[in-house]
Design a protein around this ligand. Structure first.
Ligand SMILES: Nc1ncnc2c1ncn2[C@@H]1O[C@H](COP(=O)(O)OP(=O)(O)OP(=O)(O)O)[C@@H](O)[C@H]1O
Length: 250
């Protein structure tokens, strides 16, 4: 019998990569309503590859991915309606305006192009002046805002953010953090890859660290709370140092 309250995301034994090269292996990850999972790891460890697999951009080589109980492999269109994914700013279509991009995402999601969790998102993100300008003229931070606005369109149950806070100025960053915290409090799930420990602080409920394509460390909410904002950085840097020493030994 299907689970009446399935997790928002259930990743089990997943392997994925590019062509014949397997980059991530044996990944298990469960995200429940209200949780915020941060994916950490050194450059090139496989964080984006994991998020590309979860969002169905690359095929998986082993394992299963279920989004709100829906199998991504057997019902991809249905599964993809359950999450918003902040695309890499470099992948935004340069010849569209912001408004056209939002209309495109809205048509794919079957929602109004401004159907956000808050009606005033354009004002909150100070995006109004850019709506009718071609994306090719945007700064990195402006592209990042549009990418986040696309992910939030239709207020999906699950948000997948790949280093989606890079390049935002401190005011916009604070506003986005507040909005994401509100969404988690309302029962949405958030998975975000990041190097910005100071930014995620202790707001996440789980942290995983990817090393060479595998989950090498997991920190639960009590462990994160016990470390505190300053201890968190020390803890993660020490873990990364340990990984570098171990790779030198082998
Ligand atoms: N499109 C691609 N084709 C082939 N290999 C790729 C591709 N994208 C990434 N890789 C390789 O996969 C590995 C993991 O890359 P990935 O982008 O997932 O790492 P990451 O942890 O997100 O890194 P960073 O923190 O630098 O963003 C790297 O060795 C990278 O070179």
């Amino acid at each position: 019998m299907p689970d009446a309250n399935p997790p928002l995301l259930a990743v089990a034994g997943v392997a994925a990569g590019y062509g014949r090269t397997e980059i991530i292996t044996g990944i298990d990850l469960t995200v429940h309503p209200g949780s915020f999972t941060a994916i950490l790891g050194a450059n090139g460890s496989g964080k984006s590859t994991l998020l590309r697999a979860i969002s169905g951009q690359i095929p998986i080589l082993a394992g299963t991915i279920r989004i709100a109980g829906i199998d991504l492999a057997t019902a991809p269109e249905h599964a993809k309606r359950q999450f918003g994914y902040a695309v890499d700013p470099a992948d935004l279509p340069p010849d569209l305006t912001g408004q056209q991009y939002l209309e495109l995402i809205g048509s794919i999601r079957g929602c109004h192009p401004h159907a956000w969790p808050r009606d005033d998102l354009i004002t909150t993100l100070q995006f109004g002046p850019w709506l009718r300008t071609n994306i090719s003229a945007y700064s990195l931070g402006t592209r990042m805002k549009l990418s986040l606005m696309g992910a939030l369109l239709g207020t999906p149950p699950l948000l997948l953010l790949d280093e989606a806070l890079n390049g935002l100025d401190p005011l916009i960053l604070a506003r986005i953090r507040r909005l994401l915290a509100e969404l988690c409090a309302a029962g949405h799930g958030l998975v975000m890859s990041t190097h910005m420990l100071a930014t995620i602080g202790t707001t996440c409920t789980e942290m995983i660290m990817i090393e060479s394509g595998r989950v090498a460390h997991r920190w639960t909410a009590p462990m994160i709370a016990a470390a505190g904002p300053t201890g968190l950085e020390t803890m993660v840097v020490a873990t990364l140092e340990g990984a570098v020493k171990a790779s030198v030994l082998f």
